[in-house]
Design a protein around this ligand. Structure first.
Ligand code: C2E
Ligand code: CA
Ligand code: CA
Ligand code: CA
Length: 275
């Protein structure tokens, strides 16, 4: 898989051509970008459904390009990985998140996404930890989210990076759980603190949907393992009611809040705005 990622996209026909045009435009805009200025971080609350309190926030990258306008992370993260810019970008995003987090309660968990290339680069982990130190940010407040796919990309190297992060006190979440391949084998190979159940299982969840059985088993599994479980992408009261009935304790989704800027998050934290 490693080789494919770095290979140029092969052009087979019109649709691929269009796709390549899109990728090329993003690559060029990214190379020309003033990363410090054009990128920002949005924060989405993670909520305890029993107390209705915010227990954590997930940091999500946002890019407003003067050339392309708003570009969603799903479109630029892979491009940043391919063009070797992801480590620099990730560190800039972490710096911004840490500045925003300066005034937040110490027990608020700050979740930060790491990509495959981040995990396979030794220099990155060192710089990542140094940045926490420079910001006097206690690593135990941080939760790194990794996906199964990013761990599988270079399993040995990812494991090494994860061991260093864990050793520094950082928590580890397995993101998009259930959507990658050979899920279960990794769960016990990784020093996980949390699994995040993918939104695809939650959409329209009801006792007769496939997602219901999956969410139910994932909750049971996390309980067995003594780790926490965050259910993502909760959009409706109906979904929330079903999730509650299954014993879900932490959720994240538009029903509570979309990803917001630091001032809006702080209003939510201070109770000046409600979920
Ligand atoms: P993710 O890590 O699974 O993040 C959750 C995504 O679901 C976010 O999309 C969030 O806005 C969206 N979301 C949250 N609640 C709901 C909901 O109720 N309904 C719907 N429809 N969507 C919801 P976003 O911000 O567009 O990010 C997409 C993906 O891009 C992320 O998925 C993550 O894989 C990646 N990403 C974002 N920021 C970063 C970053 O700083 N570094 C890395 N490596 N990847 C990032
Ligand atoms: Ca995530
Ligand atoms: Ca996710
Ligand atoms: Ca996802």
């Amino acid at each position: 898989a490693k080789q494919n990622r770095n290979n140029p996209i092969v052009v087979f026909g019109h649709r691929h051509l269009e796709h390549m045009g899109f990728q090329t435009r993003i690559t060029q805009a990214l190379q020309a970008a003033d990363i410090e200025r054009e990128f920002s971080v949005a924060f989405q609350p993670i909520v305890d459904v029993n107390s209705n309190r915010i227990t954590g926030v997930e940091c999500l990258a946002r890019w407003t390009s003067p050339l392309l306008g708003q570009v969603p992370p799903g479109d630029f993260i892979t491009v940043a990985e391919r063009s070797g810019m992801i480590n620099k970008l990730t560190l800039v995003l972490l710096g911004k998140a840490l500045v925003a987090a300066r005034d937040w309660p110490l027990d608020l968990k700050v979740s930060f996404n790491l990509s495959a290339s981040n995990l396979s680069s030794r220099g990155f982990v060192r710089e990542f930890l140094k940045l926490l130190k420079d910001h006097a940010f206690d690593p135990v407040r941080l939760n790194c989210e990794v996906t199964e796919t990013s761990v599988m990309w270079d399993f040995a190297e990812a494991n090494r990076a994860i061991a260093i992060l864990k050793n520094a006190g950082i928590r580890l979440s397995l993101d998009d759980f259930g959507t990658g391949y050979s899920s279960l084998s990794h769960v016990h190979q990784l020093p996980l603190d949390c699994i995040k159940v993918d939104r695809s299982f939650v959409q329209g969840i009801k006792p007769d949907t496939i997602g219901y059985g999956i969410v139910k088993s994932l909750l049971a599994m996390s309980r067995e393992m003594g780790i926490s479980c965050v259910v993502e992408g909760v959009e409706t009261e109906e979904e929330l009611a079903v999730l509650r009935s299954l014993g879900t304790s932490e959720v994240q989704g538009y029903l509570f809040s979309k990803p917001v800027g630091a001032p809006e998050l702080e209003a939510l934290l201070n109770g000046k705005a409600s979920l």
